[in-house]
Write a protein of this length. Structure first.
Lengths: 194, 109
């Protein structure tokens, strides 16, 4: 017997429970909603498309597997899923040795081209995402979640399993690090001209 | 504390990155949905069988014995009489699929 199903109205919680009870349409809606941010976060933290796809698929698989045991109202699906995603990324970075914390942020390049025209938005985005990969991994995670995914500090604290003050400290240091990394390309990117 | 102009510039960079509305590749979406199908709780595959047969009216119209044989073959035998930890809704009984299955009926074999 089919339940009335207005997918757009259903919460993540309700959809996950419906999926756990056998409703395949719930899986499609959850995938449409949650895979894009999970994939984006993994891409930005790892800087590698293939690895990001593996992490995203792995994170979603864990979601499908926990569905039968999911108790609505206890935790947010999104928080749980993002936490899994961030932890999977951390595992990968540590295994490959790319997540080692830097004591000092890398120096900006000496030969900054001085173009008179501003670069287009796409170039700014690319420059930012490249600079992110030079941040220590915990700062990178905090900055991605805060400034690219727009999550609140309490949400990020839950996802990263640290205190809110620690989140604020990571994002502040991350932003200072990015500013330093991008300083050498200031004119080229139209950065700081506004 | 922070340099406001530097912050404005950095904010513009963040905005540029946020505005990139990249979507996950179709192949990844397909793999995720495939995983969802494979991970779906087993007992509910009986519901898919019923939908494939056209629902209750069609199922009831088939000869009881042939449908029973098909159902038993499709659903793993252990699922028919499973009682899980919760104790309730623990699986599809054949009486769910075949109203009146338990009633005395002549079988053709």
């Amino acid at each position: 017997m089919q339940m009335p199903f207005d997918a757009g109205e259903m919460s993540d919680d309700a959809l996950l429970v419906a999926y756990g009870r056998g409703d395949g349409r719930a899986a499609r809606v959850l995938t449409d909603r949650l895979l894009p941010p999970v994939w984006r976060i993994a891409r930005r933290i790892l800087g590698d498309d293939a690895e990001a796809e593996d992490v995203a698929q792995d994170a979603m698989l864990r979601l499908w597997r926990i569905a039968p045991d999911w108790r609505p109202g206890e935790a947010k699906v999104m928080t749980w899923l993002y936490r899994v995603t961030v932890n999977l990324c951390t595992d990968r970075l540590r295994r490959s040795g790319r997540g080692v914390a830097l004591d000092a942020v890398a120096e900006p390049e000496d030969d900054a081209p001085a173009a008179s025209d501003r670069m287009v938005e796409a170039d700014r985005a690319a420059a930012l995402e490249a600079a992110l990969l030079d941040l220590p991994e915990r700062q990178r995670q905090a900055v991605v979640l805060r400034h690219l995914e727009g999550l609140t500090n309490p949400e990020i604290a839950e996802i990263m399993e640290i205190g809110v003050e620690a989140v604020e400290s990571l994002t502040a240091r991350g932003k200072r690090g990015l500013a330093a990394l991008l300083a050498g390309r200031k004119e080229e990117l139209g950065y700081g001209d506004d | 504390m922070t340099d406001d102009r530097r912050d404005d510039g950095l904010e513009a960079m963040f905005a540029a990155a946020r505005s990139r509305d990249d979507r996950p590749p179709g192949a990844l979406v397909a793999r995720v949905l495939e995983d969802a199908g494979a991970a779906q709780p087993r007992r509910h595959r009986a519901a898919e069988l019923l939908r494939a047969l056209g629902g209750w009216p069609s199922a009831a119209g088939l000869a009881a014995a042939s449908l029973a044989g098909l159902a038993i073959g499709f659903i793993a035998p252990e699922a028919v009489l499973v009682f899980d930890a919760a104790g309730v809704e623990s699986g599809y009984d054949l009486t769910d699929l075949l109203p009146g299955y338990g009633a005395p009926v002549a079988f053709d074999g």
